[in-house]
Each structure stands twice: as C-alpha cells, then as structure tokens.
Design a protein around this ligand. Structure first.
Ligand SMILES: C[S@@+](CC[C@H](N)C(=O)[O-])C[C@H]1O[C@@H](n2cnc3c(N)ncnc32)[C@H](O)[C@@H]1O
Length: 199
C-alpha cells in the first residue's frame, strides 16, 4: 500500500518538514543522533539532516526510502536510510539523542505498546521523543490519517505510555495543515515531547 502511494514523482506528504518538528527540534542535543521512524519519503529526516543532526531514517517502504535519498541529494545533505518493518525489527538500544515519530499510526492497539516501548528504549538517558499524531476526532474530519480510531492517540494514552519519561510538552489541538495531498485541511492533532530521565 505504501509503495503504491509513494510510487509517483510527487511527494505524497510534500517535501517541507512537519511544523511541530521544526518548532520542537531545539530540544534535541545539537548535532545529536536522531532516529526518524516511519519517515516515509524523507521530508522530516532530510530536514533534520540539514539542521546538522546525524540521522537514520527507517521505513518499510522501498519507494519512500528511494525518494528520501533523492530529496537528500537535491538538498545536498547526508543521512542513513534503512528498510525495516518496525513491528518486527531488532531495535537499537539507547543509541539516539532523539526518536522522531511523526504520523506513525500504522500500529493498532495490539502493536502500539510494544512499538512505544521500543521507541523509548532507543533513546539515550537525557534524550527525547518527538511525536505527532491524530486524535480520534480526526476520523470525522477526514483530512488524513487512518480511518480506524483505534489507531489514533488520546492525551491519557500518551500520558500513560510515556509516564516514565518527563513530559515536556503534550498538547491536543485542532489546526489547519497542508502537507502534500496526504494531510490537507483542518486536523485533530496531538503533540508530544517526552524526555528520558537521566543523562
Ligand atoms: C502517514 S506516513 C508518515 C510518513 C512520515 N513520517 C511523514 O510524516 O511524512 C506512515 C509511514 O509509515 C510507514 N510504515 C507503515 N507500516 C510500517 C511498518 N510496519 N514499519 C515501518 N514503517 C511502516 C509507511 O511506509 C509510511 O511511510
């Protein structure tokens, strides 16, 4: 499904970085190692690399990763691309200053807690998780995201999942976003910045 979606010349979610990411990236250690999970066609990973971070972009879509490399070439930046199924991956432990997880709502309730635990485990003490996703109210808006509300995030869900991290920012909001044709219009969003204690 994702390879088909990413097959064309156009970037389905555009080539500009996610706004939340650009607003919160200052919380990542300058020059730090960043794991951009389910990074799609690379708009976020490539932007992070352009800001001086050492980026690994992981996704299961070969087409997405090929476009990530193309975008990186056009922007004259370097990052590492990795093809992996994040639900069946030998996740790194503690090696990253940040994990960036923007619209990774392919995981339903059965897979979500394991995925979140792996994300948390990949972060070094003192590192951060930057996450943005849709809330269940998004289903009625129909401007992007999976149609199943069980895949979407609520504030109590994220507060509980990241309860052992310091939550520096957690905000539910309705905003107009324009990210290619994939995310277009009024959207029910939730933003999280959570820092691993220690470090
Ligand atoms: C909504 S897109 C978001 C892409 C990117 N984060 C962005 O904001 O532009 C979801 C991404 O999840 C990836 N994906 C879906 N299932 C996956 C899995 N099991 N493992 C790794 N990536 C997956 C898709 O290939 C797609 O790139």
């Amino acid at each position: 499904m994702w390879d088909q979606r990413f097959a064309g010349e156009a970037y389905f979610y555009g080539t500009q970085p996610n706004l939340f990411l650009t607003q919160q990236a200052h919380r990542i250690r300058p020059g730090g190692r960043v794991l951009a999970v389910a990074d799609g066609e690379g708009r976020n990973g490539v932007w992070l690399a352009s800001q001086g971070f050492d980026v690994v972009a992981v996704d299961s879509s070969q087409a997405g990763l090929a476009k990530t490399r193309r975008l990186a070439g056009e922007r004259n930046v370097c990052l590492k691309t990795l093809e992996a199924d994040l639900l069946d991956w030998d996740w790194p432990v503690g090696g990253f200053d940040a994990v960036v997880a923007i619209f990774i709502q392919f995981a339903g309730p059965d897979d979500r807690s394991g995925l979140f635990e792996n994300i948390k485990q990949a972060v070094k003490p003192g590192g951060v998780v930057l996450m943005q996703g849709y809330r269940p109210e998004q289903v009625a808006l129909g401007t992007g995201g999976p149609p199943d509300p069980e895949h979407l995030y609520t504030e109590p869900m994220l507060r509980e999942a990241f309860g052992d991290f310091d939550i520096e920012h957690l905000e539910a909001h309705d905003s107009d976003i324009r990210e290619g044709v994939g995310h277009a219009g009024r959207s029910a969003l939730i933003d999280l910045v959570a820092r691993k204690p220690g470090g």
